[in-house]
Write a protein that binds this ligand. Structure first.
Ligand SMILES: *Cc1c(COP(=O)(O)O)cnc(C)c1O
Length: 529
């Protein structure tokens, strides 16, 4: 296959071997889109600017001598370029998106409308407070509902994503230990945890001690007690996800929380899976001291390739004083935004700040719009539907695919392992790639690490029964095909995608982030496959 200097195919129709070749490289009406630098020209512009008046440049010897050589397109070309790029992003708005753990949440258009209201969309974080009381009210009201829904006492709104929220919560925990004259060094993290949990603990200088999972995929309070006893006096916190990453509710969570508190340690709950329990259980009732809420996974907003995240952190009474700046305090004339140490009062001992400003305003608007349009009954039903949908998929597939922890109720996502693919010559990766040919974004693969060849499926609660039926039927067809030995359907998949199997490791380890102008005389190099 011939490649350009950026490692992208150049000659016609090479997007899929064996597929029908085309002269343009386009497939039907799906366009191959080159980089702006490859299609643009440096000698044209899409804008017609007035000639500037005579002026004396003040840059002296610093004035640029060579042209900038930015590639430009005509206006219609520029529009087409960006419109085509926009269609390459697979999103929950294009189809079922069963990416487990990531909770690809439905994002009602109403939220978008609210987020674009000029009073929210056009404000600036450095505007005088007197000009944005409505925005402060909105942040305050959203924070209020987050505390109500979680049963917690304080909230830090500024963290920008789940992982950032983890860092914030753990920094509050560290500050609380230091304030109490302690300096424990260990954080307990169950094996099934999301990678961000141990990474957060390590970033703060903690040593991570793993807690083994039980046969049924949950954490054993006995194990937690044993680890605490082993490291007596030196455990700062446990970081636990509930419902956990295997899609199972940790039934012994109260006992675990009690053991942790008994040891003067804190319970950090990874709240990424809050979508499964909103309106059903309050983390505050379960003994949680700090929990981030991925607004993008629970209260809508497209995320990942589709938009930013937001990770407010709710805190228990014990941690509330350490909430970072800026925070909002209820004042007698409405909410007061506290932005600096000088504005703190009484027991407020903020550990510092996480970000320059107040958080992701656009997401706050979307989250509050989502909450208010659903109401408490609607939020509860969304959780119930998320769990129902995952169990519908589980029941539809459990006779053909293997459940590592046996047939039992799952929460909002269902975890399969690769036992059902044994002796078929098809791997989890192959299976996922074949889903792409069928028009489905694959489920989460190889996570959590506690089961072999994991496939974690999380259907959005807004999927209809018809849509789930088609998804289940497609997966059943794929499983039967694998079992019949039709390995070709899998080994080369995806056959129909614009790109086939990419070297994902190389792409992650050695990304080409800079466009290099091809050498002038050279013809496109013929690179061997
Ligand atoms: C998504 C997720 C995170 C990280 O959240 P981001 O918003 O992506 O930073 C942490 N833990 C779990 C269990 C998750 O699913």
């Amino acid at each position: 296959m011939s490649m350009n200097t950026q490692g992208r195919p150049t000659s016609p129709g090479e997007a899929g071997e064996g597929a029908h070749k085309t002269f343009t490289g386009n497939k039907g009406l799906a366009m191959e889109e080159a980089l702006l630098f490859e299609i643009g020209r440096t000698d044209i512009t899409g804008v017609d600017l007035d000639e500037p008046d005579e002026f004396e440049p003040e840059l002296g010897s610093l004035a640029r001598k060579d042209p900038v050589e930015l590639a430009a397109l005509s206006e219609p070309e520029a529009m087409r370029h960006y419109v085509r790029l926009s269609t390459k992003n697979y999103a929950i708005d294009s189809g079922l998106y069963p990416l487990g753990s990531c909770t690809m949440k439905h994002n009602p258009r109403l939220n978008e409308k609210a987020a674009r209201l000029p009073g929210f969309g056009d404000i600036h974080p450095l505007q005088p407070l007197s000009t944005v009381p409505g925005a402060v009210d909105l942040i305050s009201e959203l924070g209020h509902w987050l505390m109500v829904l979680t049963g917690m006492s304080a909230v830090a709104m500024s963290p920008k994503a789940g992982a950032h929220g983890e860092l914030c919560g753990m920094m509050a925990i560290k500050a609380a230990h230091i304030a109490a004259g302690r300096d424990p060094k260990i954080v307990l993290v169950p094996e099934s945890a999301h990678g961000t949990n141990p990474a957060t603990a390590a970033l703060l200088g903690y040593q991570v001690v793993a807690v083994d999972a039980r046969e049924d995929g949950t954490v054993d309070p006995g194990e937690v007690q044993a680890r605490i006893a082993e490291h007596a006096g030196n455990v700062a916190a446990i970081m636990l996800t509930n419902p956990n990453t295997c899609g199972i509710f940790e039934r012994d969570i109260i006992e675990i929380a009690a053991a942790v508190h008994e040891a003067d340690a804190y319970f950090y709950c990874d709240g990424a899976n809050f979508n499964a329990i909103v309106g059903k259980a309050k983390p505050g009732d379960l003994g949680v001291d700090a929990m981030h809420i991925n607004l993008h996974k629970t209260f809508s907003t497209p995320h990942g390739g589709g938009g930013p995240g937001a990770g407010p952190v709710v805190l228990s009474d014990r941690l509330a004083p350490f909430a970072p700046l800026p925070f909002i305090r209820a004042g007698k004339d409405g909410p007061v935004l506290v932005e600096t140490e000088a504005g703190t009062e009484g027991g407020e001992k903020p550990f510092g700040r996480m970000t320059a400003f107040h958080g992701q305003m656009g997401m706050f608007v979307r989250a509050l719009a989502y909450m208010k349009s659903h109401g408490s009954d609607g939020l509860k039903q969304a959780s119930e539907d998320a769990v129902l949908n995952a169990n519908y998929v589980r029941v539809g597939l459990e006779d053909l695919m293997s459940l590592p922890f046996g047939s039992r109720w799952c929460m909002h996502e269902v975890l399969f392992d690769d036992t059902f693919l044994k002796d078929t010559g098809v791997s989890t990766l192959d299976f996922a790639k074949a889903m792409i040919d069928e028009g489905y974004h694959p489920m989460t693969m190889y996570f959590p690490l506690v089961v072999h060849g994991a496939m974690l499926i999380e259907p959005t609660e807004s999927e209809s029964r018809a849509s789930l039926d088609l998804f289940v039927a497609t997966l059943r067809d794929l499983v039967m095909s694998a079992k019949r030995g039709e390995t070709e359907r899998f080994s080369g998949a995806p056959y129909l995608a614009p790109r086939r199997r990419l070297d994902e490791t190389r792409a992650a380890r050695k990304p080409i982030l800079k466009w290099e102008r091809p050498a002038p005389q050279s013809v496109q190099p013929e690179a061997a496959e």
